[in-house]
Design a protein around this ligand. Structure first.
Ligand code: ASP
Length: 424
């Protein structure tokens, strides 16, 4: 028997029963989304499948009488229920991916509308409008992609969206989050969400992350945030500030952590409730402003013991306009690097120092090396993450050509990237 996308089916495998909605599936393979939000995939020749409900028509034995599992559309059509308007912009990444059985690799194939169709619970939270910006893995993003995305986000807010969700690959999500944070001053939530495991894997985190992101998109947290699993269980998602977040694990579902800040808050997945921990900008406080300028020729350079400082010359000779150093400890590079820092700042190339420790604050006033780096014109990145400092440099140099103005802006906290107190 053929099953259609959206059919509610019961699958028996080795004595265990699974029920769920049929998702886009390959030949001789069936993927379902279960009520828990988890997906499960089966080879059709190894299981017994019973159709329980087909597009509103309940099959004999269907225990739900055609009600409970009907796509969530029933909720939407309730008279008098007005849901907030949320735009969901898809860019690609694992959240929009499935396994391509031809190559065995995970590729970005789903659009925003496919994601909405696969996670019917979303329709109970907001009135969504899907839009595809790109279908790429996030390692292929660049500053032009950030600008195109930011432009689309701004268009949606101008068109009346109460919130915007951006589905994105997790690998570089923190760079995009930082870029949107600097480029857009927003009156509504802008939420980035991804998943570590594709939709057709039983342990996919896509549904829970997307549902929690939807809760944040209609909340009063009018900031750019990243919403991802808070633990390895399906209990809550954390809401991270876009300039303070980093992917800290290659594969765990709770890979994203706030660094040098608490998360803005958490979303309880079961209760769909938000609890906040730190101050945040509330809905409607800022008016929409868009400053898209970006200078792509900036580099983040990691210092390692014995590294040849001539590497800095390569950047200068190739027309780079700003450098971020990822130094050791409190923010150091070898003494041999200091004349090269001087050479850069003499050429009006700003240099920011950040730390490989990630946690804590730069202080170049303790050791001789640090003091000499400051004398050579380096700027302390305070407690800014190296990646955020890079994006900030790109954005600042996209806003001004004046060196002194750029230095002033680089020292300022623009979008929550520098906090006053160092988190222990
Ligand atoms: N490489 C993928 C990406 O960043 C990984 C993911 O989405 O989790 O697009």
């Amino acid at each position: 028997m053929e099953f259609k996308q959206g059919d509610w089916v019961r699958i028996e495998k080795d004595g265990t029963v699974y029920e769920g909605k049929v998702m886009p599936s390959m030949e001789r393979y069936i993927a379902i989304k279960m009520k828990s939000g988890y997906n499960a995939g089966f080879s059709t020749d190894k299981v017994r499948i019973t159709l329980m409900e087909s597009n509103g028509e309940t099959a004999n034995g269907g225990k739900n009488g055609g009600k409970e599992h009907k796509n969530g559309d029933a909720e939407l059509s309730k008279p008098g229920k007005k849901l907030p308007k949320v735009a969901i912009l898809s860019t690609g990444g694992t959240i929009a991916s499935k396994i391509d059985y031809r190559t065995g690799a995970v590729t970005s194939q789903f659009t925003a509308d496919d994601i909405l169709a696969a996670i019917p619970e979303l329709k109970e939270i907001a009135d969504f409008k899907g839009r595809v910006i790109s279908s790429i893995l996030s390692e292929n993003m660049d500053s032009e992609s950030w600008q195109n995305l930011a432009r689309a986000v701004v268009e949606e807010i101008e068109a009346g969206a109460d919130g915007v969700i951006v589905t994105h690959g997790t690998d570089t999500m923190m760079y995009t989050a930082a870029a949107l944070s600097f480029m857009i001053e927003t009156p509504v939530p802008i939420v980035l969400v991804g998943s570590q495991r594709s939709a057709d894997r039983p342990s996919s985190d896509n549904a829970m992350n997307a549902i929690c992101a939807a809760c944040v998109s209609i909340s009063d947290i009018a900031e750019v945030s990243v919403v991802m699993h808070g633990t390895t269980s399906d209990d809550f998602c954390e809401i991270h500030r876009g300039t303070k977040v980093r992917k800290m694990h290659t594969s765990c579902r709770n890979a994203f952590k706030s660094v040098n800040s608490l998360p803005i808050g958490v979303v309880d997945y079961n209760k769909r409730e938000i609890k906040t921990f730190i101050d945040y900008t509330r809905r409607g406080v800022s008016s929409l402003k868009f400053k898209p300028g970006m200078e792509p020729k900036c580099a983040l350079v990691k210092f390692t013991p014995g590294a040849d400082p001539a590497i800095l010359d390569c950047y200068l000779e190739n027309g780079y306009r700003g450098l971020i150093l990822e130094g050791t400890g409190l923010g150091h590079v070898s003494t041999k690097w200091i004349p090269f820092i001087q050479k850069a700042t003499d050429a009006k190339i700003p240099v920011i120092v950040t730390s490989q420790c990630l946690n804590g604050r730069i202080c170049d006033r303790v050791y001789d090396t640090g003091r000499d780096m400051l004398k050579a014109g380096a700027i302390e990145g305070e407690d800014t993450l190296p990646e955020t400092a890079l994006v900030k440099m790109m954005w600042v140099l996209g806003q001004t050509n004046e060196f002194d103005k750029a230095i002033e802006m680089l020292r300022e906290d623009i979008s929550g990237e520098i906090t006053e107190c160092t988190l222990k």
